[in-house]
Every structure is written in structure tokens, then in C-alpha cells.
Ligand binder design. Structure first.
Ligand code: OAD
Ligand code: ZN
Length: 256
């Protein structure tokens, strides 16, 4: 009979994650709206996620915007107000620390709230743009501009040609900015790939963790709910990012 390993080593997924991270040189993290939930920013799907019963797929499209820009801007103004009042939470803080800890660190986020950057994270790849940037709907040639005014009761317009302005985010049916896509795909050659707070239903972000695993990375998911990638990762941790990441970080500090 073999001696039993101490139960906690097998049972505690945070310890397992910390072990893998302490041996890792290249770490890539993929985040979604769940990472900002503890900052008071509603997720897109699940409880409390829907705005006035609209599914995100019916608001975040160019077609929806050209049909009803007032409603789409009203949704973004609501999100901007929530984000303006928010501060990074413990999940953002741990990831910011990790961005300085590893030889190579990339954080691919689908979030447009800027909280990873606000927490001081290095190597952030903004997959879906920024809610604080606007651009001309007519592509008149004016470069994107920053607009931090959370009150959008008067629809914003392009300063160059006067056309309606739209949020500088990536909508359904639109391409991920080439630079961000290339940076994210390059970062999938890593030792550990951790995905946190995303429902993993929106492509291409949803496919990144599987690709990282195919390339040999150890993959970890943190999410209180099961997602389409849960069954395919090496370690699925059912819990909230702001709690689980802190726990892993504490164990990681001990490992050091
Ligand atoms: P979703 O709203 O689809 O998913 C949020 C996920 O976070 C869910 O799986 C929750 O179970 C999980 N979650 C909730 N609270 C959490 C917590 N405290 N810690 C960890 N996880 C938690 O958000 P995304 O996956 O980011 O795109 O959505 C992807 C894209 O769809 C968004 O970037 C946005 C949206 O439409 C565009 O606007 C183009
Ligand atoms: Zn213009």
C-alpha cells in the first residue's frame, strides 16, 4: 500500500495553482466581466447582468446602434456611470502584482472598464477596446479620442465632421484590433494560462485558453459557475476571482 499524500495537497486547488505558478516563467491571464463584479460593475450575463432585459448581443452591434443609437448610448452611459464610481478590487490588485513577478506576463482582458490598468498592471492587452474612447461613425479620418464624461444625455458627436460618435469598443461582428489579437495569440506560448471571470461564450476570447493548453500550458479557470471551458482546463476552481486569487497569492508568497 502506498502512503497517502497529505489530503490538503490534493484537495486544495489554490495550493495546486500556487505550485504551478511558482514554477512558471511565462504567465498569461485572460479576464472577463466577473473580475470587475466585486467593484460593482454588472456582468453582461447571469444574475443582475441584463440591462432593461436587453441581451448584450442585441445592444452591442453596429446594426443595433444605427437602428437605435439613443438606447445603445443610454446603456453605455449607464455602464460608464457604474465604472466611473468603481475602483479596482482584490482580483485586480493581485494580478497587478503578478504582472511584475513573472519574467513574461500578459493579461488579455475583454473588459473595457480600464480597472486592470488603474490597478497598475503591466502588459494589459485590451481585447474589446475601452469604454472611455469614442470614434466617428462615419470614419471621417479623425483619430479616436478620449471622453470621460459619464453623462451622455446629449449624444456625443465627432469634433471633425459632426457625425454621431460611437463607443470605441469592439461590437459583435467586428474584428478584434490586429495588434491586440496578435499580442494575445503570441502570449499563448506560456507555462500557465489562467482564465478568470468570463462566461467563455464570446469568441475569439473564449478559444484562447484551449489554444494555450494545446500549446502545452497548464490551464486554470476561476469562476463560480461552470462554463464551456470548465471541462477542458487542467484545474477548474469554483469561486470568486477576488477571493480565489488572493488565496493563491498568499500561498504563492509562502512558496517563494
Ligand atoms: P459575462 O457577463 O458573459 O460573464 C461573466 C462571468 O463572470 C460569468 O461566467 C460569471 O459566472 C462570472 N463571475 C461572476 N462573478 C464573478 C466573480 N466575483 N469572480 C469570478 N467570476 C465571476 O462577461 P464576459 O465573459 O466578460 O463584449 O463577456 C464577454 C463579452 O460579452 C464582453 O466583453 C462584452 C459582452 O458582450 C462586448 O461588449 C463586445
Ligand atoms: Zn467624423
Amino acid at each position: 500500500m502506498r502512503a497517502a499524500r497529505p489530503a490538503r495537497l490534493i484537495a486544495d486547488p489554490a495550493i495546486r495553482a500556487a505550485e504551478k505558478l511558482s514554477a512558471a516563467r511565462r504567465v498569461t491571464v485572460i479576464t472577463g466581466a466577473g473580475v470587475s463584479a466585486a467593484s460593482g460593475i454588472p456582468t453582461f450575463r447571469g444574475p443582475g447582468g441584463l440591462w432593461k432585459n436587453h441581451r448584450p448581443e442585441s445592444l452591442a452591434t453596429a446594426a443595433a446602434f444605427s437602428r437605435d443609437p439613443v438606447t445603445v448610448w443610454e446603456w453605455y452611459a449607464w455602464r460608464r456611470q457604474k465604472i466611473a464610481a468603481a475602483a479596482p478590487n482584490a482580483a485586480h490588485t493581485v494580478l497587478a502584482r503578478w504582472s511584475r513577478r513573472f519574467d513574461a506576463f500578459t493579461l488579455v482582458t475583454q473588459n473595457v472598464d480600464g480597472l486592470h490598468e488603474q490597478a497598475g498592471t503591466k502588459g494589459v492587452v485590451g481585447f474589446h477596446g475601452s469604454i472611455w474612447r469614442l470614434r466617428c461613425t462615419q470614419n471621417c479620418g479623425a483619430p479616436e479620442w478620449e471622453d470621460r464624461d459619464a453623462d451622455q444625455s446629449a449624444l456625443p458627436h465627432c469634433g471633425s465632421c459632426g457625425s454621431l460618435a460611437r463607443p470605441g469598443v469592439v461590437w459583435f461582428g467586428e474584428e478584434i484590433p490586429t495588434e491586440a489579437l496578435e499580442a494575445a495569440i503570441g502570449a499563448l506560448d506560456c507555462d500557465v494560462c489562467l482564465v478568470a471571470g468570463t462566461s467563455s461564450v464570446v469568441t475569439p476570447a473564449a478559444g484562447l485558453v484551449e489554444e494555450a493548453r494545446r500549446r502545452g500550458a497548464y490551464t486554470i479557470e476561476i469562476n463560480p459557475e461552470a462554463t464551456p471551458v470548465t471541462g477542458g482546463v487542467d484545474l477548474a476552481i469554483a469561486g470568486r476571482a477576488e477571493e480565489v486569487l488572493v488565496e493563491i497569492d498568499e500561498k504563492l508568497s509562502v512558496e517563494r
